[in-house]
Design a protein around this ligand. Structure first.
Ligand code: BGC
Length: 567
């Protein structure tokens, strides 16, 4: 791990083909909510005109209650005619245009946005329409009346039902092995923080090279009087299909071994009644399902990910893990949902939520087998960007690149709502891995910029100092982020340190090893990048060891640039 990919907009040919397909169907508009649902919307409309033709770009922001599909309407003032459109099904009757959402972009949470556009023709002047309606409501930029909220059922907790927030009400297990590394390397101030234990190979279940195995960790958690302990389930067949640094021990077809030699023994240890009062948090298979969303077609297709899609072993493996782990009443399951710089674009966010939902529906307990989602696992995306607004101008910058999200708080909240629309229980909780997303130190911006050039402005405002949001390996300049915190915000179960700070993301040059790990040039500081990071520098630190191995120089930098600062 950890690769990041973006595909800002679905390719036009794909969208056009989809639109053409949908045009032949009679779409039924379904709007969620009661007759009293609050409605409200904001539309942006801009065109690039040339002799007789134009391209229009529209942005929809839903200011009302969540919707699962939308219809946008307007009347042209002149004689404009819509031609090819994308991200919607367009029909025009005289001056009246109707656009219906597609399957992947119909769900809009409150305050969520999506974009669409079309090529058109005109004569005379190309006057922009002034009035737009979304699902029948005129979009005047305000939210309608707020309906009485439906109370969310409160969770009594402690009944082994998975309900509630496992991070609340007890301290987190401190991994003594990580703690000793941190304390021995100048990190005494943070060495008492809970971090996740990565079960990154079959041998880790019993302990690698005399180190602690799963039972030893659970026993230590009991003796610490911990309320919860965290484990990363990370050994899928064909692991890390879009990168090389964390390729694993199991080949693409080794699903049988994954089930019987990896998940089964883990589940059997976790199910030991001795641990019944400990809440066991599992983070399931980072990067796997997000890779199936973005890295199987188009210009970001990667053969190893196509293989994992075709043989179904990522889906089968995750379903198997959920079936076994969810069945244990004190084990909590969090699926990895990448980060804003990967799934944040709306052409990725919708399909990702649908893939998660379809996958979960195929488990024994259906969508209830998932307790929540973790974002930013082992990544560097900030929890919040305090000085960088998302608006029509900043979205055009190279950094934002049309994304509606620039940080994990906004992405996590929006993705959570989308997941709930797609069928997940309303109680699902998000976790943000804040282990290395602090971006403090002397390079941290201190306020908004007044630069007139949009790229200069955005680059001066962003706290995320990476060359590109797709950079993921040992990022230079990063700092420790928020210390682990339970229930930091509504809908969020925790800020957690899932990636143990100080452990490398990958070697900066090829290092022979028996862990199955390859050399990924995204970890090489001299690399100029590829399509996945917009051909930008890798931003990686030099002299890095293999992924998972202690990287002292990185740990020192994380302490130095911690935000909040380490006292
Ligand atoms: C590595 C694992 C390691 C984990 C936590 C991953 O990138 O592949 O071996 O346990 O990071 O450091």
């Amino acid at each position: 791990m950890k690769v990041n990919v973006h595909r800002p907009r679905a390719s036009r040919s794909v969208v056009t083909a989809l639109s053409a397909l949908l045009l032949g169907l009679v779409a039924t508009l379904i709007t969620i909510g009661s007759a009293h649902a609050a409605a409200g919307c904001k539309i942006t409309y801009s065109t690039n005109d040339w002799g007789g033709g134009f391209t229009a770009n529209l942005g929809i922001t839903n200011l009302g209650d969540p919707v699962t599909s939308w219809t946008l309407e307007w009347d042209f003032a002149g004689n404009q005619q819509v031609g090819q459109g994308w991200s919607g099904t367009f029909t025009q009757s005289s001056k009246h245009v109707t656009v219906k959402s597609l399957s992947y972009n119909g769900g809009l949470a409150t305050n969520a946005s999506t974009s669409l556009g079309f090529n058109g023709s005109y004569s005379g002047t190309n006057t922009a329409p002034t009035t737009f309606k979304l699902n029948g409501t005129t979009c005047d930029g305000t939210a309608g009346p707020t309906p009485t909220p439906t109370p969310t059922p409160t969770d009594p907790g402690g009944d082994g039902s998975h309900a509630g927030n496992p991070f609340a009400g007890g301290k987190g297990y401190v991994n003594p092995e990580w703690s000793a590394e941190a304390r021995g390397d100048g990190g005494t101030a943070v060495a008492n923080q809970p971090t996740a234990v990565w079960l990154d190979r079959i041998a880790a279940i019993n302990g690698v090279n005399g180190g602690m195995g799963l039972r030893a960790h659970l026993d230590a958690a009991l003796s610490q009087g911990a309320g919860y302990a965290q484990f990363v389930i990370y050994d899928l067949p064909g692991r890390d299909c879009a990168a090389l640094a964390s390729n694993g021990e199991l080949g693409a077809t080794d699903i049988g071994r994954y089930q019987s030699e990896y998940i089964d023994p883990i589940a059997s240890i976790m199910a030991d009644s001795k641990y019944a009062n400990l809440k066991i948090v599992t983070y399931i298979e980072p990067d796997s399902l997000p890779n199936l969303v973005t890295n199987v077609s188009g210009n970001t297709a990667i053969a190893a990910c196509q293989t994992m899609q075709q043989n179904g072993n990522y889906i089968k493996g995750v379903q198997y893990a959920l079936n076994k782990l969810h069945a244990i009443s004190n084990v909590y399951t969090y699926l990895d949902a990448a980060h804003h710089g990967w799934l944040g674009w709306d052409s990725n966010l919708g399909p990702a939520a649908q893939l998660f939902a379809t996958m979960a529906q195929g488990t024994t307990a259906g969508v209830n087998s998932v307790d929540g989602f973790v974002v930013n696992t082992a990544n560097y995306s900030p929890t919040t960007e305090p000085y960088l607004p998302v608006n029509d101008q900043t979205r055009q910058s190279k950094w934002v690149d049309w994304n509606y999200y620039v940080d994990e708080s906004s992405f996590g909240a929006a993705f959570r709502q989308k997941l709930i629309f797609d069928g997940f229980p309303s109680g699902i909780g998000m976790v943000i891995d804040t282990s290395r997303n602090g971006w403090g130190g002397s390079s941290r911006p201190t306020g908004p910029s007044t630069a007139s050039d949009i790229n200069t402005q955005v680059n001066a405002e962003r706290v995320d100092r990476r060359p590109h949001v797709g950079d993921w390996c040992n990022q230079s300049g990063a700092g420790l982020g928020a210390r682990p915190t339970a229930a930091p915000a509504s809908g969020f179960d925790a800020y957690a340190w899932v990636k143990p700070p100080g452990e490398s993301d990958g070697a900066s040059s090829a290092i022979p090893n028996d862990e199955g790990k390859g050399f990924d040039r995204m970890c090489d500081p001299t690399y100029g990048g590829n399509v996945l990071n917009g051909n930008n520098p890798s931003g990686a630190l030099a002299n890095a060891p293999l992924s998972g191995h202690w990287f002292s120089a990185q740990f020192h930098q994380l302490l130095q640039n911690a935000y909040p600062a380490v006292s």
